[in-house]
Structure formats: C-alpha cells, structure tokens
Design a protein around this ligand. Structure first.
Ligand code: XMP
Length: 533
C-alpha cells in the first residue's frame, strides 16, 4: 500500500483516488504524523502532496524524517517536491510570479518515472508532456545525488530524481486530469518503481469486508438508518451480505421524498434483497410540525429533530441491537481528521441523531475506507441497480427545502410529479460529449442526468395567469434547477439543450394539474446557492 502525506492541497484526495484506480490501495494521512507511524505503516512507497505553504516560511510543514530513511520510493508533488529538495539539502526560491495552468515539460535524463510515456506532440516515447502547474515557489538547486528529470521554459527544475534512492519530485500535478499522462505517471510510480501489484478491486474487497464485519459484530444485532441515498444503501447491502438477518434497517418516510422513493426502497431492499426493513410512515407527523413554518433554517431544524425522534423511537424497540451502522465514507473521515482532531472521528450524520443513552451502541462504518466512486462500484458489485447507485445527491430535509416557504402536502405532491418528469427527460436525453484525448472514457456521461451533478424542480407558491384551451388558468410556478460542479462549493448552471427544456416544460404543464408555468434557474453559485432555501 501507498502512504500519502497531506500538506493541505485541495487535490490530495485525488492522488489517493488515482492510485487506487490503478489497483493499489492508498491512504491519506496528515503530514505531521510521527516518525514511528511512518516506520510502522508498511508503505511500499510514499507520496508527498502539494500545499499552500511555502518552504521558505519559518514554520513550513516538513515531511517526517523517517520518510527519507525508510528505504522505499518517495514521490514529491509540487510542495512535496519542494520540501523534499529543502529537507535533503537543495534550495527553493520564492517565485516572483505564480505559474498557474498548462505547461509543456520536456523530459530529461532517462528516468524510470517518465521513460516510455509518449510525447504528446510526436506520439513517441520520452519527450514533451502536457502538464498542469499551480505554484509560486520553485526548486532552485537540486539536493546532492539528484539529476534533472524535466524542465519547462519558465521552470528550469520542473522535475528531479535520485534513482539510487528512488526519490522523485515533480513540480506539476499528475493527479489532475489536465495533466494528460498524469494517470500513467502515478501508475508507473506505484507499479514500476514501488513494485506494487494491482490487488485493489471490488470483488476481493467484498470478501474481505464481509469477513471483517462478521469478525467485528459476531452474533450481535445491527441497526442502520436507511435513507435511500447511495451511502446508506450500499452500507445496507454490504452488511446484509455479511450478516443477513442480524441487520435491521429503519427507513423513515417523512413525506418529503421524491416520487415513488419509498416504494423503490422497499422493493429494492425488502423484496429483492430480503433485507429486514422497518418502514415508518411519518408524513402526518412531519407535516403537522411544519404547518405554518416558513423560515428555511427553522424548517431544517424541525425536520432534523423529528427525524431523530422517529428514528430513535423505532430503534429503541430493537432491544437486542448492539451496533449502529452508518454510511460514513473516506472523504468524511479525512475531512474531520483534518480539522485538528486526529484519528477516529465520527461524522455527525444529518440523518441519525443521538440514540437513547441506555442502548450504548457501537459504531459500525464499513465504508470508512472508500471514496464515493468506490462506494458506487461496490454497490454495483453487490447487485444494486446502476441508476440507484449513480444518483445525484439529495438533501436530508428533502423536498422540505425545495418548497419555498410553508410546506404543505398539496405542494409536495405537485412538486414530486414535476420533479419526476424533469429527471425522466434528463435521463432520456443523450449527451453529446466532446471526448478529449487522455481523459477517462468511462467517465464520459451518456445522458444529461449523468452530465449534471444535481438537478431538481423547486415549487414556488405563487400563482400566475395562463391560458389553456379557451380558459384562463391561475396556477403555481415550478422552477427547474440543474448544475454542474466538482465539489458543490461552487457550481455552474447547466446549459441544457433548449429542446430538452421545452419538452420538460410542456410535459409538466400538461401533466401536472396545478402548474401552469415553468422557469429555468440560470444563477451560478456563488452568488446563488444550489438549493433555493
Ligand atoms: P447549497 O444549496 O448550499 O447546496 O448550494 C450544496 C449541497 O448541499 C446540499 N444541501 C443539503 N444537504 N441537508 C443536506 O443533507 C441540508 O440541509 C442541505 N442543504 C443543502 C444540496 O442539495 C447540495 O448538494
């Protein structure tokens, strides 16, 4: 396995994902782990990430010395290369200008890392590479024992290597897709240089995870809050594979789910997979508490509070349960660990609250090691339908934040129908992708649903005038929202084809009695948010 030390770059997780994509298990830890940790980890190789810091600052973050004494290959990326240079006796200088964007790097002095990677201009081995740069500082002098591995017109030491020790440094970011051969570079590092085998794959992972869950829980009973979302669904399927009827899922229908969601969850889990699922129909309770409430945050609080109450009440009946299972995934673990607290941190799932004290449940988190795309692959390998596993995210408060102002059952019913039409048409409309050479073909979306990160309808409780046949109508408005984003922190509105928008609008107005106007939201985030509330 590969140890990745994180110096705080935003794309460190991508390094781990790319390495895992090439079939080798890798994990991210903060850069300030102890020498002892590094020595005991059992890494076949170490990768040092990028950072916003500068090695020239007084308290610049450093890699543990043990990294360079382990006798295993080390790859420094961006800041990782700079700190490697600084720690091993080279020199780093403060760049006068920040270099940000594409660069063409020429490979120098045949090295194991770059040899044989084809030139992006001539298509032949060992030459020019198109790479992505983002740095201010740069290496001015290589440490003793290093040779030049690559340069660009503005960065004379863009890559360096000490092949005797298998230390490599690259100033660019091989983990981002903009670096055309980045995947190949990382794969060469872990396979050719570190000697790792491709043994990280889903079928093997399932059998290991199943064994681990069995060993962990023994004959105990386990409760899981099933929301219908990807993470809890995959966790349920995996745990069920391991312990069958020792698992009980609690599915709370708060009346703010998408069309047919409750039925779909029950069909999938209870009927197809044979999982024990307790469905709690709490629509009246939620609607009752939401009556008259218009403030978005207030609505969120009420939905959250009621959810916890219903969930706790149901789980409290399962007196033999010893474990609470959650669909915590690896990015949650890294994120919470990065915020000062190291090691085991528990995500406070917005769905699952504090269970009754007397239950003293232990946490079971079988997806803790996996990235989202791995969770999806696992779901498919466990037999969950592709469409369910590749769904857009759906907020915990559900339609509660997609009905502006007061939530009413009447509004929720109209919104559900409109939303289902929108989603159906997105799925049915092919996406004409421009395929860029070097990019992952599997990741190219086939239809507009896959080409958007999140898409949904929003109910606006205002009435406008329309005309239908000979009559005048006076009905509600629905807004369509579709965005494209990497991380949901910023987002662009999706440039959906006009024909698609037209068809969705026609269908909603014709098929949903009570809606006579459809508008499309063309606001970016920022300044708007993705949800309307
Ligand atoms: P915004 O609207 O803040 O949304 O741009 C960013 C992402 O977060 C989701 N979201 C929520 N998820 N509970 C959730 O579980 C919430 O209260 C909530 N509010 C927003 C939103 O759907 C989008 O993916």
């Amino acid at each position: 396995k590969i140890l990745i030390l994180d110096f705080g770059s935003q794309v460190t997780q991508l390094i781990a994902r790319r390495v895992r994509d090439s079939g080798v298990f890798s994990e991210v830890y903060p850069y300030d782990v102890s020498d002892e940790f590094v020595r005991n980890y059992g890494a076949a190789g170490v990768i040092l990430s990028g950072s916003h810091s500068s090695t020239l600052e007084g308290d610049a973050p450093r890699a543990p010395d043990a990294v360079f004494e382990l006798g295993v290959p080390v790859l420094g990326i961006c800041y990782g290369m700079q700190t490697m240079a600084a720690q091993l006796g080279g020199k780093v200088e403060n760049g006068k200008v920040r270099e940000f964007g594409y660069a063409e790097v020429r490979a120098r002095n045949h090295t194991k890392l770059l040899d044989g990677i084809v030139d992006f201009v001539t298509g032949e081995g060992h030459g020019m590479q198109k790479v992505w740069m983002s740095h201010g500082d740069k290496v001015l002098e290589m440490p003793p024992g290093f040779v030049l591995m690559g340069d660009t017109p503005s960065c004379p030491i863009a890559a360096m290597a000490n092949e005797e020790k298998s230390f490599y440094g690259v100033q660019w970011h091989p983990e981002v897709t903009h670096t055309v051969q980045g995947k190949v570079m990382l794969s060469r590092f872990v396979h050719e240089i570190c000697g790792c085998k491709s043994d990280w794959n889903m079928p093997d992972y399932i059998s290991e995870a199943v064994e681990k869950i069995r060993a962990q829980v023994g004959k105990d009973e386990v409760i899981l809050g099933l929301s219908g979302g990807v993470d809890s669904s995959v966790a349920a399927a995996l745990i069920h594979r391991a312990i069958g009827d020792q698992l009980t899922c609690v599915f709370v229908d708060h009346g703010l789910l998408r069309l047919n969601e409750g039925k779909m969850v029950m069909d999938m889990f209870a009927n197809n997979l044979g999982v024990k699922v307790i469905r709690v129909d709490a629509e009246d309770q939620f609607m009752g508490h939401l009556a008259g409430v218009t403030d978005p945050e207030q609505k969120r609080k009420i939905i959250g509070r009621e959810f916890v109450e219903v969930f706790d009440q149901e789980s409290g009946k399962l007196v033999n349960a010893k474990w609470l299972a959650q669909g915590t995934i690896y990015p949650d673990v890294i994120e919470s660990a990065g915020k000062g607290k190291k090691g085991q941190t528990i995500k406070s799932h917005h769905n699952v609250g504090g269970l009754p004290e007397h239950m003293k449940l232990q946490l079971l988190e079988p997806l803790r090691e996996l990235f989202k795309d791995e969770v999806r692959k696992l779901g498919v390998a466990l037999g969950l339908p592709h469409d369910m596993v590749y769904r857009h995210p759906f907020p915990g408060p559900g339609l509660g934040v997609r009905i502006l102002g007061e939530v009413k059952k009447e509004y929720a019913d109209l919104l559900r129908q409109a939303d289902a039409i929108f989603i159906e048409e997105l799925r049915n409309t092919p996406y004409e992708a421009t395929v860029v050479p070097g990019f992952d073909q599997d990741a190219v979306p086939r239809n507009w649903y896959d080409a958007t990160s999140q898409a949904f309808a929003v109910f606006l409780p205002v009435k406008s005038v329309g005309v239908m046949g000979d009559g005048r109508t006076y009905e509600y408005v629905v807004a369509l929202r579709a965005v494209q984003t990497q991380d949901f922190m910023t987002a662009h509105w999706a440039h959906l084809p006009h024909a698609l928008l037209g068809k969705v609008s026609n269908r909603i107005i014709n098929e949903v009695r009570g809606i006579n106007r459809v508008v499309y939201d063309i606001s970016g985030k920022p300044p708007a948010t993705i949800e309307w509330e």
